[in-house]
Design a protein around this ligand. Sequence first.
Ligand SMILES: C[S@@+](CC[C@H](N)C(=O)[O-])C[C@H]1O[C@@H](n2cnc3c(N)ncnc32)[C@H](O)[C@@H]1O
Length: 189
Amino acid sequence: MNQEERMYVVGNQKIKVERELTGQWILDIGGGGEGIIGLCYGNRVISIDPRIDELEEAPEEPLKIVMDAKELSFLDNTFDSVTSFFTLMYIDNNYHEKVFKEIYRVLKDNGEFVLWDAMIPEYDGGIKDIFVIQLEIETPIRLIKTGYGISRKDKVQDIEYFIDIGESIGFNVIKEEVRDKVFKIIFKK
Ligand SMILES: C[S@@+](CC[C@H](N)C(=O)[O-])C[C@H]1O[C@@H](n2cnc3c(N)ncnc32)[C@H](O)[C@@H]1O
């Protein structure tokens, strides 16, 4: 079977990323690849990703550091904002709570964690075992068309799933938006 036959494709998802974050330092979790947050906010961004090749591909302006979100090597209360743009879908669900706790720890009081991610339905055991989401991302710089893909096995998530994790570790939800199969949540510490 070829790759294409295995793909469960969610197409044509439109997202607008605006320059809305105030304060100085932004930590972008999984900021390799297109590096959308780095593209929008430039040298205010510290972009972490465990994959060197993904960081090398990302925009030049942010400070790029090889690091895993499960163990952030920053002091408590360091960042004004933390972002995750379609990164949590790449991290095993068993680690999500740990990652949220790390994000909470490195955020300053009243700091915001902005999460964009995809609604992923439960895998039915069929041939379409790769989840692919195709995005059209409008940024202040340019329009970016891209796609993100992962294995569907052991992967299911929606907006309520992440809200529950965030609230259980002490975040308040100050904004939630669903647009078709993508969502954005703003958590406040
Ligand atoms: C497809 S990218 C998401 C899009 C990216 N944020 C952007 O703006 O283009 C997902 C990224 O998450 C990274 N990632 C996977 N596991 C991670 C982890 N444990 N901690 C931090 N980043 C991780 C991957 O290496 C990959 O670069």
